[in-house]
Ligand binder design. Sequence first.
Ligand code: ZN
Length: 87
Amino acid sequence: MHLEEEDFSYSGEALIARPNNPSSISDDEWGDYLFMRKNPKGRHVEQWQHSSGCRKFFVIERNTIDNTIYSSYTMIQASKEIKHETN
Ligand SMILES: [Zn+2]
């Protein structure tokens, strides 16, 4: 599987947990949720959108160095099957 970047758009690290109660956390914590993302070299779980096709979002596990795709998931599969590492 190879992603053509014209057809698909990267939409960030997958499975970011939204804070349960945003009004009770500090501005710094909210900023971390919104903006702090891992930028790893190697295997990375990412959310993409088939932007020039069906417009669906999906999740892949990709090697950011050589672009190997290890696995792909629908959003529902991803939320059930991928355990998100905590930082
Ligand atoms: Zn599609």
